[in-house]
Design a protein. Structure first.
Length: 295
């Protein structure tokens, strides 16, 4: 969530510190991390977090019994299983290149939960991000050598005022069809905090800083204009007072052109960001480039 916020609202973010984090759980063809998480539902409430989250803390300081007690207070095995399904669906690699704020990525070398390779992938995907690998086999706490604390202190000390950012991550909605009312589309975009802007090709597109609101707007449009074909794309755009630039506008127009009357289609990047949302997304013709939005 913080990655998406930083890409969408860079003017509100001074910097990012990501610790033990990831853009996706497993690399292509791997299931190592997923398998680690899959033991959680059956072992929840028995102190499993002692090994996976706090591996470097001695039993005398933090006991397994104490961790088991906190686990039982914090959630149920059923809820943990549902959260695992959401985690498995996360893949925000497409968002990483859009993050233009100073970023520090921290990871323990022997993290027993999220491998350090996931931290490396995260740092490599964010322009200018710095990766600091700390000694230890913990997922959460600071290392005893102070490497992590020193990196954080240095990062905060060096944060300076950033240049004005003209580009930002946004969701672009393009519409195609006959017999619809442009005023209706503009009013619906306003309702969901979107902006009606002129694209470079002269077409009007609708730009949203929140992907969920963009999809909600498209569904309302469809309810009011059943023959409307709509395309949604997540990408970097340049915003002006009355216009918008960027490849996302062309991609949204092309996606709308591929949609049948009454369809709402979206690209892969937006699909990945919406993992776990309330929408039902189905691949078009079995492909994974375009997805159809269902309710």
């Amino acid at each position: 969530m913080c990655l998406l916020f930083a890409a969408t609202h860079p003017e509100r973010v001074l910097g990012l510190i990501l610790q033990g984090s990831f853009a996706r759980l497993d690399a292509e063809g791997e299931t190592t991390v997923t398998e680690r998480f899959e033991v959680f539902p059956s072992a929840w409430g028995k102190g499993l977090s002692k090994d996976l989250f706090f591996g470097d803390i001695p039993e005398a300081v933090l006991s397994r019994a104490a961790c088991a007690h906190v686990e039982r207070l914090s959630s149920t095995p059923g809820n943990v299983a549902r959260q695992l399904e959401l985690l498995k669906a996360i893949d925000v690699r497409a968002v990483l290149p859009a993050i233009r704020v100073p970023t520090l990525v921290l990871h323990h070398e022997d993290d027993p939960l999220i491998p350090v390779d996931r931290g490396r992938e995260l740092a490599q995907g964010i322009p200018g991000a710095r990766l600091v690998v700390c000694p230890g086999r913990s997922h959460t706490q600071l290392d005893e050598q102070g490497v992590m604390a020193a990196a954080i202190t240095e990062f905060l000390a060096r944060l300076a005022e950033r240049e004005t950012v003209d580009e930002q991550l946004a969701t672009v909605l393009a519409c195609r069809g006959r017999g619809f009312n442009p005023q209706m589309l503009r009013a619906n975009a306003d309702r969901f905090r979107g902006r009606a802007l002129a694209a470079p090709d002269g077409e009007t597109v609708y730009v949203f800083d929140g992907p969920t609101r963009a999809v909600d707007c498209a569904l309302v449009n469809r309810a009011e204009a059943a023959e409307l074909a709509q395309g949604l794309v997540l990408g970097i755009v340049g915003l002006g007072a009355e216009s918008v630039t960027g490849s996302a506008t062309r991609q949204a127009t092309a996606t709308a052109a591929a949609a049948a009357p009454g369809q709402v289609l979206m690209g892969r990047a937006l699909h990945d960001v919406l993992a776990g949302a309330r929408f039902r997304l189905e691949a078009v013709n079995g492909r994974d480039e375009l997805y159809r939005v269902e309710v």
